[in-house]
Design a protein around this ligand. Structure first.
Ligand SMILES: NC(=O)c1ccc[n+]([C@@H]2O[C@H](COP(=O)([O-])OP(=O)(O)OC[C@H]3O[C@@H](n4cnc5c(N)ncnc54)[C@H](O)[C@@H]3O)[C@@H](O)[C@H]2O)c1
Ligand SMILES: N[C@@H](CCO)C(=O)O
Ligand code: NA
Length: 434
């Protein structure tokens, strides 16, 4: 065995501090698995006085100087955000270092340029921790399923929102109340925008879709809706039809119609949806993540586990670190992801979805026919209708068949104008119903 492979660690927060500790604790095993020792030789932080746990000789505020040091072989970026992470990763790649990152925001925004830089420099860029934390998901998509055709990837990829929705279902609480509890318990960050408004899940969806469909998909291609408008009524209505509400990331390959020139497209969306309680994703509670993959030959696969937290995320970072270190020992970089398919992004308006709609209506003759006419006028087929009458009012609960999302939203807008419809009390998309 020759000398150790030298690692620069960028950022020493929740994930970085766990990486540093695990590399130290598992030094002997890592050396045996890689074929050379792996040693952290520098840790870039903003405030060295805040890191008494890190040997002082390792700390530096000069991240750029650290990643371009001649003796550094591998760089782990766990700072997060776009800049300076992007410039640091590019500087590392251009000076011949392989990079491991947990940064979903950056990979979803600029993955193409980063991969191109890595390919040009002949180095690795791995980022298993960026999606669904500890759960092995990107490597299975990139390697194990490389011979199959993936049709669909559907998952719960944000723990914070899953915790909030789980609490709403368990306690009947509204969104604000459940968010306050999640913040108090440390699940939600002080600024929960990235989680609650779906930005975090959309970045992860873009990364998953890129790998699943061999196509460059960025966060801007993802239709994104968060959970702040999910109400206690939505959650109660879901329960009444045997469903639960989850924030889903859905990546689909939509077949082009044979009668049209259009070929296959990729539809990627993040939004709350009702799913049947019998669906495997319905059982994913609290801050856990789970992802369903449907492939032509493999059929259905499910990946489940801890999608966040220092140690679980560090496990994925260390897995990547071992992979890039092994490649370094072998003197070769691994193959990067391919984007040869170049499938166009399908707008949400043209993506087939199904809706659940609850309406308060006047219980007068003909109201059901009037409501049904609006669906028919927009070419939306109704799957089920339930009417509960009380006094001169009634509730209509409608679940549609699948139709272009624009037709469904136009139907809802039209229903709001129907005099007999006193209120549209709940509208959510539905997934996973047979
Ligand atoms: N925490 C999780 O559960 C989790 C899960 C999956 C992925 N991630 C990703 O891992 C990355 C890190 O997340 P985290 O939770 O550890 O964040 P964190 O905020 O706890 O840590 C980031 C650290 O980077 C430091 N930093 C910021 N700018 C810096 C700079 N210019 N130079 C050096 N250090 C700098 C900060 O001071 C902080 O200590 C992010 O990309 C995040 O999306 C986190
Ligand atoms: N904020 C993210 C962390 C993991 O990426 C979540 O709640 O899932
Ligand atoms: Na992962």
């Amino acid at each position: 065995m020759t000398g150790p492979l030298k690692v620069a660690l960028l950022g020493c927060g929740t994930v970085g501090s766990a990486v540093l500790r695990l590399v130290d604790e598992q030094a002997a095993d890592l050396a045996a698995r890689v074929g050379r020792a792996v040693e952290v030789v520098g840790v870039a932080v903003r405030r060295p006085d805040r890191h008494p746990e890190v040997p002082a000789g390792l700390l530096t505020t000069d991240a750029h100087g650290l990643v371009t040091r001649d003796d550094v072989d591998l760089v782990v970026e766990v700072i997060g955000g776009i800049e300076p992470a992007r410039s640091l990763i590019l500087a590392a790649i251009e000076s011949g270092k392989s990079v491991v990152s947990a940064n979903k925001a950056l990979l979803a925004e600029d993955g193409v340029a980063l991969h191109a830089a890595a390919a040009k420099a002949g180095v690795d860029l791995y980022y298993e921790a960026s999606v669904a934390g500890a759960i092995p998901l990107l490597r299975p998509l990139r390697e194990s399923l490389a011979g199959d055709q993936i049709r669909r990837v559907v998952g719960i990829v944000n723990g914070t929102t899953n915790y909030i929705l789980s609490r709403m279902a368990e306690t009947g609480a509204g969104f604000s109340e459940a968010l306050a509890e999640a913040t108090e318990l440390g699940y939600a960050e002080a600024d929960p925008t990235a989680d609650v408004d779906g930005f975090d899940a959309a970045a992860k969806a873009a990364i998953l879709a890129s790998l699943a469909f061999h196509t460059a998909v960025t966060a801007a291609d993802v239709h994104r809706e968060g959970i702040s408008s999910v109400t206690a009524t939505d959650v109660a209505r879901a329960a009444e039809i045997g469903c639960t509400v989850k924030l889903l990331a859905i990546c689909e390959r939509v077949a082009g119609r044979p009668d049209e020139a259009e070929g296959d497209t990729v539809a990627v969306r993040v939004h709350p949806a009702m799913i049947p309680t019998s669906h495997p994703l319905a059982a994913v509670g609290g801050a856990f993540n789970a992802v369903f993959v449907e492939a032509e030959a493999a059929g259905q696969l499910m990946f489940y586990g801890q999608g966040a937290g220092g140690e679980p995320t560090a496990s994925a970072v260390l897995g990547d670190l071992v992979a890039v270190a092994r490649n370094r020992v072998a003197g070769a970089a691994g193959a990067g992801p391919s984007a040869y398919a170049e499938l166009p992004a399908r707008p949400i308006a043209e993506t087939p979805t199904r809706y659940h709609v609850s309406l308060d209506v006047a219980d007068v003759p003909g109201v059901l026919a009037t409501v049904a006419t609006e669906f028919a006028r927009h070419e939306v087929s109704i799957a089920t209708v339930r009417q509960d009458g009380y006094g001169d009012a009634a509730t209509l609960v409608i679940v549609t068949h699948s139709a272009p999302d624009a037709a469904l939203s136009a139907t809802i807008a039209a229903l709001r104008e129907v005099p007999a419809v006193r209120g549209v009390t709940s509208v959510l998309r539905v997934e996973g119903l047979s």
